[in-house]
Design a protein around this ligand. Structure first.
Ligand code: XMP
Length: 319
């Protein structure tokens, strides 16, 4: 894509201009925006960039490993991978209220990020994968309707308040352009085309109290759902697809044994911006196949439901 090629060259020149010999830190979340920002900045200034990946232990299956494999091993980007799952899960113990979960995760994320950054000896610039729609939103809205419904802590970006100059090379781009730039930079399709994922991760998809066991269970359910979606070639037609672990147990039967296990919900929606969404109309055969795999392969889950609520009045996430 020649447009993106031109943008890339210009953006690199601008980054070099802005940063000079300074040191830059960038938070990686596993999402597209921070990944593209990091790859672009690395191309501009190499080892003057260090990425910090604060791993809250609430990512989808295999994603934390993939962040490390991609950025450290393949792109040779300096990367601090901080496994902070003990810390996050400890702080979430006993917490059931969704906004409370978001606040705890958002606060801890900043604390851990700052700690890692101090450990690096500080930096002159903070890089963020801010996109054009984020810029518009923060200018026009001091809390639109959705902001009052869910606080949307975004773990990818960092709240201001950190006294560093910002490097935001994606500020003029829309999501599809960021994806095109990511491909141009050679980022793997799994990262570039990935469905959006909320900053608080699986914490808001485990209804009620979050534990490591529940997170492991949900990751397995979610991975089966996504695998079947990919195998059916439906991944790119869907805005977001994921599983939710419900705080209820139901009675089932396995062989000649009665079971009393978790119920889960599957959610898949189409959308253009996440503000409104429609349920994805899978055929029954697909859903039945996924449900069968889940109850047969994941011990501890014995019932699968499909959420058919549109947004509004529902939201995409359950919490
Ligand atoms: P809702 O559930 O409000 O979600 O319909 C709309 C979009 O936002 C994502 N989402 C979040 N993203 N931090 C985030 O970074 C959050 O706390 C959060 N809550 C929801 C959701 O996945 C969907 O794409």
């Amino acid at each position: 894509d020649w447009t993106m090629g031109a943008f890339r060259a210009e953006a690199i020149a601008r980054i070099r201009d802005q940063v000079g010999a300074g040191r830059v830190v960038c938070g990686l979340s596993g999402g597209v925006d921070s990944a593209v920002a990091a790859a672009l900045i690395h191309e501009a200034i190499g080892d003057q960039l260090t990425c910090i990946f604060v791993d809250h232990g609430l990512m989808r299956a295999g994603e934390a490993e993939q962040v490390v494999a991609t950025f450290r091993d393949r792109f040779n980007i300096r990367l601090v991978h901080r496994d902070a799952s003990e810390l996050f899960l400890g702080a979430l113990r006993g917490v059931t209220e969704p906004e409370e979960k978001r606040k705890i995760i958002g606060r801890l994320f900043v604390e851990v990020f700052e700690e890692e950054q101090r450990r690096l000896g500080g930096a002159d610039f903070l890089a963020q994968g801010t996109l054009y729609p984020d810029v518009i939103e923060s200018v026009s809205a001091t809390g639109g309707p959705s902001a009052t419904i869910k606080s949307h802590h975004n773990v990818g970006g960092l709240p201001a308040g950190m006294r560093m100059k910002l490097v935001e090379p994606l500020r003029e781009l829309f999501k599809d352009e960021v994806r095109a730039l990511g491909r141009e930079l050679g980022l793997p399709e799994e990262i570039v085309g990935r469905h959006p994922f909320p900053g608080p991760g699986l914490a808001i998809r485990i209804l009620g109290e979050v534990t490591r066991e529940k997170a492991d269970l949900l990751r397995r359910v979610d991975a089966i759902f996504l695998e079947e979606i990919r195998l059916s070639g439906l991944y790119d037609a869907i805005w977001q697809a994921f599983a939710v672990l419900l705080p209820v147990r139901t009675v089932g039967v396995m062989g000649d044994q009665r079971t009393y296990d978790h119920a889960c919900a599957l959610r898949a929606v189409t959308s253009t911006d996440g503000m409104t969404a429609d349920v994805y109309p899978f055929d029954m055969g697909f859903l039945a196949r996924v449900a069968n795999r889940i109850v047969n392969e994941v011990r501890g889950v014995n019932r699968v439901t499909y959420d058919i609520t549109s947004k509004p009045p529902g939201t995409i996430e359950w919490e």
